[in-house]
Design a binder for this molecule. Structure first.
Ligand code: ADP
Length: 452
């Protein structure tokens, strides 16, 4: 149990939807009062009633509410909170927000702005990765200034190569080049684009992998210089760079190999003096070689699959770490137990090119039974607002092995009923029957090929 002397009294949750509810739940179990901020579009969201206090911070558009730092800080001061949990998305990876919190003597539940700066920048992160012996893509040593430099590096590593923005995110700011001519035409454009989009024109190049799986490692670091890994998740089923299904552990991955990669990822996080939850993302090729993509400096959507196989509550840990608690686990305490899978349930119509499907939910039946967990903020009568990301919940199941996990997921998906809005449930049911997914090891472009 956490130390009552140092644990936060009251935490503000600067987020919405299922992750706001997830954080409320973690706080309640830690004996911490919660303050939820909300936009006018979320005024009737049911989870707000579970918080000790809810404060409206502005109209629906995110820039006027969930991304509006002065309004969030004002709410935090009015409610007299000790800390702010940013969840994922919105302000969670903004070093400037973390710095403002610190200036206002409010603990930001996440890494320090310095640690975020080191690992949030892709060029910097690669430097730390190399020092910690984390495998990275062959590519430029740092940012590329001149066209000639890019051409030289590309000739050395071989085409295709990818140009990336150091400050890029969300799948933006990348260009794949198959030969010298396209590299030459793209390098300056990429620099200009990066400057316009991210306020930082630094770009770098690395080898482009045509076929790969997405494998990521969950890390927890504390303020006392310790960091541990919680093994990996496979998130290869993606559409437009958005993960659709995630699972842990990764099917068919050599345990010795991934354990080595995970240990070096923990070293990387530790070397950046990073406290909080972090994810080190990799692409893995057919020979199970790993190449680091980037480090995400926050709790991720897919954290529950790791919680299910390790028994570690990642959201609670993020709060306890921010309060200064040492990690209550040693690396040897972390074991993989069984298999877990998560289906993201989005309010979208898979038959109409995933068109968003906002509106009122009047039919709702949530699944249950052994090994089933539903992380969702929806209730009967809930109106899905059109303003935000379309994810309305995550169905997570746990079983002894992958095969039983998929059987259980199919059973739970059949129970789950949401109407009359459209959801991605039919797509998930189809994937549970898919033979390629069933044998494991589909690559990151598989789903887009399947949906063509
Ligand atoms: P972002 O921060 O924008 O998400 P990432 O570096 O994580 O950028 O890359 C996003 C996606 O682009 C990856 O998930 C992968 O699909 C693709 N990608 C990035 N780098 C490479 C690479 N070197 N080879 C192949 N695909 C890549």
């Amino acid at each position: 149990m956490p130390d009552p002397e140092t644990m936060f009294r009251r935490v503000l949750i600067a987020n919405r939807g299922e992750i706001a509810l997830r954080i409320i739940r973690a706080c309640q179990e830690l004996g911490i009062e919660t303050v939820c901020v909300y936009s006018e579009a979320d005024a009737d969201a049911p989870y707000l009633r579970l918080a000790d206090r809810a404060i409206c911070i502005g109209p629906g558009p995110s820039k006027d509410s969930y991304l509006n730092i002065p309004r969030i800080i004002a709410a935090a001061e009015i409610a007299d909170v000790d800390a702010i949990h940013p969840g994922y998305g919105f302000l969670s990876e903004r070093a400037d927000f973390a710095a403002i919190c610190r200036d206002c003597k409010i603990e930001f539940i996440g890494p320090s702005p310095e640690a975020m700066g080191k690992l949030g920048d892709k060029v910097e992160a690669k430097r730390y990765a190399k020092a910690a012996k984390v495998p990275v893509f062959p590519g430029s040593e740092g940012a590329i200034e001149e066209e000639e430099e890019a051409v030289e590096v590309a000739a050395e590593i071989g085409y295709p190569v990818i140009i990336k923005a150091a400050a890029g995110g969300g799948g933006r700011g990348m260009r794949v080049c198959h030969n010298e001519a396209t590299l030459r035409t793209n390098i300056k454009k990429a620099q200009q684009e990066a400057l316009a989009a991210f306020g930082n024109g630094a770009v770098f190049i690395e080898k482009f992998l045509e076929r790969a799986r997405h494998v990521e490692v969950q890390i927890l670091g504390d303020k006392h210089g310790h960091a541990i890994h919680l093994f990996e998740r496979d998130c290869s089923l993606q559409r437009r760079h958005q993960k659709v299904i995630e699972e842990a552990p990764g099917p068919g991955i050599d345990r010795k190999k991934i354990t080595g990669v995970a240990e070096s990822a923990a070293k990387l996080v530790k070397s950046a003096e990073y406290a909080g939850a972090a994810t080190v993302e990799f692409l893995m090729d057919d020979d199970q070689n790993f190449y680091m993509l980037e480090v995400n400096t926050r709790v991720q959507v897919e954290h529950p699959v790791t919680e299910m196989i390790t028994g570690v509550d990642i959201v609670k840990m993020s709060i306890m770490i921010a309060a200064g608690e040492p990690l209550p686990y040693k690396q040897k305490d972390i074991k993989v137990n069984g298999h877990a899978m998560e289906c993201r349930i989005n309010a979208e119509n898979p038959d109409k090119n995933f068109m968003p499907s906002a509106g009122v939910i009047d039919t709702l039946y949530l699944p249950g039974g052994p090994g089933v967990r539903m992380d969702s903020h929806v209730v009967p009568g809930y109106r899905v607002p059109p303003n935000y990301d379309s994810m309305i919940g995550k169905l997570i199941v746990h079983a002894d092995d992958r095969k039983q996990c998929m059987t259980r997921m199919k059973r739970a998906l059949t129970e789950l009923t949401i109407g009359p809005i459209h959801t991605t449930i039919p797509l998930h049911l189809r994937l549970m029957e898919n033979a390629d997914f069933g044998t494991g090891g589909v690559d990151i472009h598989y789903l887009e090929r399947l949906l063509k």
